[in-house]
Design a protein around this ligand. Structure first.
Ligand code: ARG
Length: 458
C-alpha cells in the first residue's frame, strides 16, 4: 500500500513505478531529508500541533533510520517512489501510527525543495573548498616560477614575453570570480522553503522561523507558490559549475599544448599520465584532456534543466523531478575534476629553459622597440611602421632584432641610441611592465600579495 494509496483501488503498474520513481538518485539526500524532518517535528511539538512525547518517538526513530541507511541495512525500493516516502514509511513501520503525524502541515513539494536546497548548500561548500585548494596550488606554483619568462600569446602567436607566474595567475582570477559566484548562489540557497505546503501555505499555526533556525537558514522564502516551483538555484549551481569547468578546460587545453614535443613547456608527472597500448614512446596528458572533455556533459546538464523549466506553469509539476540527476552529476564531476587538476598541476614540471628558448626568433620584443622610439617623441604609429620594416629586414637576413648593430638601427631611424640593446633585452621587456596588473616585477609582487590576502580571508 502506498502512503498516498487511499483513493486508489488498483496497484501501480511496475513500469509506472520504474518511470515515476526517483529513489535511485534522490536517496543521496537522505541526510537532509532526515534533518529536515527532525526540525519540522520539533516545530510541530513547540507549536502544540503534536505532543512532545510523540515528537521524541519520531526523532528517535528517524535517527535509527539514518543509521540503517548508513550501515547499508536499509532497503531502497523503487515502489516507495522517492527518499521522502521511503523514510516516512520506515518511520511508520518503526513507531506505528504516530509516525503518520510527521507529515502534518507539510507536503512533499516543500519537503523536496528543502532537501535539495540543503544538499546544494552542503555540496556548494565542498566545491568552494576545492576551488580554494586549486587557487592555492596556482598561487604557490606561481611563487616558485616567479622568475621564469615565457612567451605570452595572442592568436596563439608569440606576442610579448611574460612571467610564467603572471600567466598562471590569470587563472587564479578566473577561479576567484567562480568562488565569488558560488558565494552568491549560496546566499540565494539560504532561504528555507518548508511551510509552503503543497503550494498555498497551511492553516496550522506553524513557525517557519523556528525551522529555519534549526536548520541554519538565514531567511524563509516569501511566496509559497514560488517556493515549490522555483528551481533557479539549481540552474545557478549548474551555471557556476559550468563556468568552473570552462576555466579548468581552458587551462587544460594549454597544458595539453604545452606537453607536446613542439612546445615541451611542461612535463606531466608519470603518476598523472597514461601510455598508449600500441605506441611505446607515448606519454599522454589524459587527465587534462578528460577534464576538458567533461565540460561537455556539465554544459549539457545546464541546458537540460534550463529546458525542463522553460514553459512550466505554476506551481509544482513532476517535471521538476528531472532537476536532480543533472546537478548531482555536475557536482560529482566538478569535484573530482578540481581535485585531480590540483594534483596534476602541482606535480607538473615547468621546463623553464624551453620556455626561454621559445622567446627567441619570434620578434617578441618588437613592441618594445617601437616603445623605445615613442618614448623619444616619435609618434607611436610611425615607430610601429619603422619596427615593421626592421622585422622584414631581420626575416630576410635571418637575424634577431637584438643582433642588429646600432648603425643598422640608425639606418631605420635616427632616434635609436646606445641603450637600445639593453632596453629591448627580454628581461627588460618583462620586468619593466609595471603598470598596475602588468607582468613587471613590482606589479607582479602586488598581484601575488593580493592573491595571498584573498586566500587568507576565504
Ligand atoms: N520525487 C519528487 C521530486 O523529486 C518529490 C516531490 C513529489 N511531489 C509530488 N506531489 N509528486 O520532485
Amino acid at each position: 500500500m502506498k502512503l498516498w494509496g487511499g483513493r486508489f483501488t488498483e496497484n501501480s503498474s511496475k513500469i509506472l513505478e520504474e518511470f515515476n520513481g526517483s529513489i535511485n538518485f534522490d536517496k543521496r539526500m537522505y541526510r537532509e531529508d532526515i534533518e529536515g524532518s527532525i526540525a519540522h517535528s520539533r516545530m510541530l511539538a513547540v507549536q502544540g500541533i503534536i505532543a512532545g512525547e510523540e515528537q521524541k518517538l519520531i526523532e528517535e526513530a528517524l535517527g535509527e533510520v539514518k543509521s540503517e541507511i548508513e550501515e547499508g541495512a536499509f532497503t531502497f525500493n523503487i515502489g516507495d517512489e522517492d527518499i521522502h516516502m521511503a523514510i516516512e514509511k520506515r518511520l511508520i513501520e518503526k513507531v506505528g501510527p504516530v509516525g503518520g503525524k510527521l507529515h502534518t502541515a507539510r507536503s512533499r513539494n516543500d519537503q523536496v525543495a528543502l532537501d535539495i536546497r540543503m544538499h546544494l548548500k552542503r555540496e556548494g561548500n565542498l566545491i568552494m573548498d576545492l576551488l580554494r585548494d586549486v587557487m592555492e596550488g596556482i598561487h604557490s606554483k606561481s611563487e616558485e616560477n616567479k622568475d621564469v619568462i615565457m612567451p605570452g600569446y595572442t592568436h596563439l602567436q608569440r606576442a610579448q614575453p611574460v612571467s610564467a607566474a603572471h600567466h598562471f595567475m590569470a587563472y587564479f582570477q578566473m577561479f576567484k570570480r567562480d568562488y565569488e559566484r558560488m558565494e552568491q548562489v549560496m546566499e540565494r540557497l539560504d532561504e528555507m522553503p518548508l511551510g509552503a505546503g503543497a503550494l498555498a501555505g497551511t492553516t496550522y499555526n506553524i513557525d517557519r522561523g523556528f525551522v529555519a533556525k534549526e536548520l541554519g537558514f538565514k531567511k524563509v522564502t516569501e511566496n509559497s507558490i514560488d517556493t515549490v516551483s522555483d528551481r533557479d538555484f539549481i540552474i545557478e549551481m549548474n551555471f557556476v559549475i559550468s563556468m568552473i569547468s570552462m576555466h579548468l578546460s581552458r587551462f587544460c587545453e594549454e597544458i595539453v599544448v604545452w606537453c607536446t614535443t613542439e612546445f615541451s613547456f611542461v612535463e606531466m608527472a608519470d603518476t598523472y599520465s597514461t601510455g598508449s597500448s600500441i605506441m611505446p614512446q607515448k606519454k599522454n596528458p589524459d587527465v587534462a584532456e578528460l577534464i576538458r572533455g567533461k565540460t561537455g556533459r556539465i554544459y549539457g546538464n545546464l541546458v537540460g534543466i534550463m529546458t525542463v523549466m522553460k514553459g512550466l506553469p505554476l506551481a509544482y509539476n513532476k517535471d521538476t523531478q528531472e532537476d536532480k540527476e543533472g546537478v548531482f552529476d555536475s557536482i560529482d564531476t566538478i569535484k573530482i575534476s578540481l581535485l585531480i587538476f590540483k594534483e596534476m598541476f602541482e606535480t607538473m614540471k615547468i621546463n623553464r629553459n624551453k620556455m626561454y628558448e621559445n622567446l627567441e626568433g619570434g620578434f617578441i620584443n618588437a613592441t618594445d622597440v617601437a616603445d623605445y622610439l615613442a618614448k623619444r617623441g616619435v609618434p607611436f604609429r610611425e615607430a610601429h611602421r619603422v619596427v615593421g620594416e626592421i622585422v622584414v629586414h631581420c626575416e630576410i637576413n635571418k637575424k634577431k632584432i637584438s643582433e642588429l648593430k646600432l648603425e643598422k638601427f640608425k639606418e631605420f631611424h635616427s632616434e635609436f641610441g646606445e641603450d637600445i640593446h639593453k632596453k629591448i633585452g627580454l628581461e627588460n621587456c618583462v620586468w619593466e611592465r609595471n603598470s598596475y596588473g602588468g607582468t613587471g616585477r613590482e606589479a607582479l609582487a602586488v598581484q601575488m600579495a593580493n592573491g595571498k590576502k584573498y586566500l587568507n580571508i576565504i
